[in-house]
Write a protein that binds this ligand. Structure first.
Ligand SMILES: [Zn+2]
Length: 291
């Protein structure tokens, strides 16, 4: 029906009008194929932590006195309009010690390769990172933040306000992200479309901390991918909706789990539990990427 109508119009009207129609069709096609095109998600190894007691990861006791590991990835998102770094890891200073570093008697940290070296292998210097954003400002996500003084820092307003309180809340080391004071900052109050085309969106998911958030990516081949931040720390936390003891708000955490899981269902998204070693291993091994 439509084709017949177009043929009729092209035959009856001048070449100029036919040309306009064709041009319009071409624009529609290219706008459509541009959604998610050239968007790449790289998973960088920004550290690992081994716990003698994983008890802190649930306030209902399932992990008490059990050993376990978590991964601490960083993510580089390459978009035609710029580069976003999502979370900045434990900190490259920990890479100096080859056998890792004890934190107290119960936690062992290791950073096998620096974030800056991994960026370099992608041809990126810190000043090529257009935006830095954080799922939240706990020190295991802000470790390398100060390496990016020339980037625009996208920060949740409530998250920053809570993180710079005196004394700092548990898990916050203000020295790791002090460069926000002189960097260009974009303070946000909720969901935020990073590049303005809907392909890379920060979604508010408070509870772990006051301004906690997750990252939603609309990839052309892989479909929707959501990076969890600390909405969950382990696959089993997701399966059983377990809430860590130190979360800012248990009620907000459960509400955020509910919201994000509904989005996962609606968009058939792949949710990546950032700290879960199995989810980390399941992502393409750097420098391979999802697109
Ligand atoms: Zn964390």
């Amino acid at each position: 029906m439509v084709n017949a109508w177009v043929t009729f119009v092209i035959e009856r009207k001048s070449n100029a009008i036919a040309g306009t129609l064709l041009l319009g069709a071409a624009c529609l096609l290219s706008a459509h194929s541009a959604a998610g095109a050239d968007l790449r998600l790289y998973t960088l190894d920004c550290g690992h932590a081994t716990f003698k007691d994983m008890g802190q990861f649930s306030d209902t006791g399932e992990y008490d006195r059990k050993q376990g590991d978590i991964a601490v990835p960083c993510f580089v998102i390459r978009h035609p309009k710029g580069v976003l770094l999502w979370d900045t890891g434990l900190g490259d200073k920990f890479a100096a010690s080859k056998n890792g570093t004890d934190m107290g008697a119960t936690v062992h940290l290791s950073v096998p390769v620096t974030l800056l070296a991994q960026l370099k292998s992608l041809g990126l210097a810190p000043q090529n990172v257009s935006y830095v954003a954080f799922s939240h400002l706990h020190w295991d996500h802000s470790g390398n933040a100060n390496e990016f003084p020339d980037s625009t820092w996208i920060i949740n307003r409530r998250e920053l306000a809570a993180a710079i309180a005196t004394p700092p809340p548990d898990g916050i080391d203000p020295a790791t992200f002090s460069a926000y004071k002189t960097a260009k900052t974009q303070l946000i109050d909720g969901d935020y479309d990073v590049f303005g085309d809907g392909t890379v969106r920060i979604l508010a998911a408070p509870g772990h901390t006051t301004g906690h958030q997750v990252l939603e990516l609309k990839l052309q081949k892989s479909g929707m991918v959501i990076l969890s931040g600390d909405l969950y720390q382990l696959r089993s936390n997701r399966e059983f909706m377990r809430v860590p003891a130190g979360n800012a708000s248990r009620a907000e955490t459960l509400a955020s789990m509910n919201r994000i899981e509904t989005i996962v269902k609606n968009t058939q998204a792949r949710l990546v539990v950032q700290h879960d070693p199995l989810d980390f291993q399941a992502l393409p091994k750097f420098p391979a990427y999802l697109d």
